[in-house]
Design a protein around this ligand. Structure first.
Ligand code: URA
Length: 238
């Protein structure tokens, strides 16, 4: 890969900014200044900008506890995005895996691993997504049955079987719900069809990845190698 592209991808600035740094001798490769932006670099080489080492990692995986009020997009003119919550200097090829509504909180994976994103989002793979929700209305066994059987929410087909657990039933109920798809406003539309309204929604898990509850809303951390392996289905049997 060209040195200037590598530095751009790693979030070191725009193409022209990094070219300038290179030409001014601020960038070293294995300890020696490289003055040509088109110079080819290899993974594993030690590259420094102004003395700071830039570690090349092909893939990066972040877990974010998404707060309410920001949207799942790379950029937006109107609202803050989840990407603005990651470090200021970040690589430019990261994207959120799927979308949570602006008012939904909880687990969001952000990565540049397109293959994994596709597997987690594709309806073909039926990856479970579990949410905690507070519901206006009394959730009953009938709702559990309706969620299990699939609901008509105005799509071509009814929703796939979903698992609904009642944590507390009353005028305002608390539930855990697991769906295998990710249709627009899916859980809100399912409850609306079933005669209730979602007051609060938080994603707890996606496949094997579970929200780290020590992350406050708006906080993030890198995934551990075990979490990455498990998501990729390479978890070793114990
Ligand atoms: N279902 C919804 O209605 N909203 C979300 O953000 C996620 C699932």
């Amino acid at each position: 890969m060209r040195l200037d592209k590598f530095l751009c991808d790693m979030g070191m600035g725009t193409r022209s900014q990094v070219k300038q740094k290179i030409r001014k001798g601020q960038v070293t490769l294995e300890g020696a200044a490289v003055l040509r932006p088109e110079f080819k670099v290899e993974p594993g080489q030690q590259i420094c900008v102004d003395g700071e080492s830039i570690l090349y990692q092909e893939m990066e995986y972040y877990m974010l506890n998404k707060p309410a009020g920001c949207i799942c997009a790379r950029t937006d003119r109107q609202f803050p995005t989840v990407m603005e919550l990651l470090p200021a200097r970040k690589r430019t090829d990261l994207s959120p895996v799927g979308r949570l509504d602006k008012d939904t909180e909880g687990l969001l994976l952000i990565t540049n691993d397109g293959q994994l994103s596709h597997r987690l989002l594709s309806p073909r793979y039926h990856v479970d997504k579990t949410y905690y929700a507070r519901i206006q209305g009394c959730v009953t066994k009938d709702h559990i049955k309706a969620f299990e059987e699939g609901l008509e929410i105005g799509e071509d087909r009814p929703t796939l079987p979903a698992r609904l657990e009642i944590l507390e039933a009353g005028e305002c109920s608390q539930v855990r719900v697991t769906i295998q798809e990710g249709k627009y406003h899916q859980i809100k539309r399912m409850f609306h069809t079933a005669g209730c309204e979602v007051l609060y929604l938080k994603r707890l898990s996606m496949g094997s990845l579970v929200l780290d509850e020590s992350l406050k809303p708006g906080a993030y951390r890198l995934l551990t190698q075990e979490e990455i392996d498990a998501l990729k289905g390479r978890a070793e049997e114990t």
